[in-house]
Design a protein around this ligand. Sequence first.
Ligand code: 5AD
Ligand code: SF4
Length: 477
Amino acid sequence: MKIKADWILPDLKQAQKRTKKEVERIDHFEIPENARFIGQGKKYYISTFGCQANERDSETLAGILDMMEFVPCDDPSQADLVLINTCAVRQNAEEKVLGEVGNLKRFYRDNKDFVIGICGCMAQEEALVQKIITTYPQVRLMFGTHNIQDLPNMLYRVMFQHERLIQVYSKEGEVYENLPVHRFGNYKAWVNIMYGCDKFCTYCIVPYTRGKERSRTMDQVLKEVQELKDEGYQEITLLGQNVNAYGKDLHTDYDFATLLEETAKIGIPRIRFTTSHPWDFSDAMIDIIAKYDNIMPFVHLPMQSGDSDVLKRMGRRYTAESYKELFDKISSRIPNVAISTDIIVGFPNETDEQFQHTLDMVKYCKFDNAFTFIYSPREGTPAARMEDSISKETKSKRLAILNKTWNDFALEKNQAYVGRTVKVLVDGPSKKNENVYTGYTDTNKIVNFTGENIAVGQIVDVKIECAKTFSLDGKAV
Ligand code: 5AD
Ligand code: SF4
């Protein structure tokens, strides 16, 4: 397949560069005249993989498409345009995306005007883009994480000039304000506080796919939160790859603790934030979380490994001991706090003893929830170049042991809720039974419950009657 001269292809080496250059802040957006109405009579479908940052980006894509008069639909077979917003963090996320692209091929075969576009983190990967160029001709458009705002122009070229177009920039990135947003939730919203990551953990592709750490100004964040409050939102989640680093790049006197406090003062009933790196989790942050009732007592604190040598090779900037200290501080100073984590097993050459240290840490911390993964080599990252003599079978066995271990503790943690009355933000009737409602506690536990006159988006008191590993059952009181 021919590479066209005006295509812009991803370049991981370029994406890795970090300079001291001032971040450009762009707050003006408009649809070019020629693309203004190209959605008239057309439907779009967006499929989103991966983390909350992608969910939020999809809301921007939808906002832009709405302005161009496209109409959303929830069935790709009915759509004229399908955008797949992808994740590159592990190989299996990529496989899912390629499966979906394969499924869409039949619609393209029947209708050559059907446009399939791939965006997000996978589009930032060199090898993947080459593979799509050569083996998936039905993909007409690829763009990365840095040029969502250029969607109207790209669609004009693909839909009206019938180009196949690839525009993936590998750069540190800008901060765009005032892009349109079509929020998918009516009472819960995501709020970006910063973009990118500079941590370069050795296994992770994110710093390459999303550019450098760059914060929005506090004024912009608080303005968005105030608007959400005025619109009646009940819960917001402040988003960043590492929220603890918020504000450092702005060279001002405020940081994440300040932002959290100012957000709390606006008075939205529930505030969450994610993700916190254990490095740089300040005492001031702990004090603010403990001080305000509307900051949820829930911390996602990725541990990755319980072994200091592995952590060092992962480039995590903390030891098993310092993780433990931080864990203890958070648990003792924030009343009723729940803590979840991420853990990777089978990092290159992880020994049995090192894995045992991870299990020991899980036994010590008794996490409320854990997201556990087998290490997946990502091309271009330092860990992908490390020797690895651990077999796939050993890695799978370790994952199973780890899961059994944390599950047992999670059940034990949940059992302590039985008999207690908790506040639940109602998401809706459960999918399996419309007489049962579902929602989350302030500590981020899923509750299935029965009750009369329950409305979605309400915060209700629920008495917990039964505990399971991944959820609680109860009755509204
Ligand atoms: N392999 C496995 N898991 C990974 N994660 C990030 N990169 C990889 C990788 N290469 C996990 C980490 C991170 C979570 C979002 O995904 O645990 O915290
Ligand atoms: Fe990846 Fe580490 Fe950045 Fe998290 S902090 S996004 S794991 S590089």
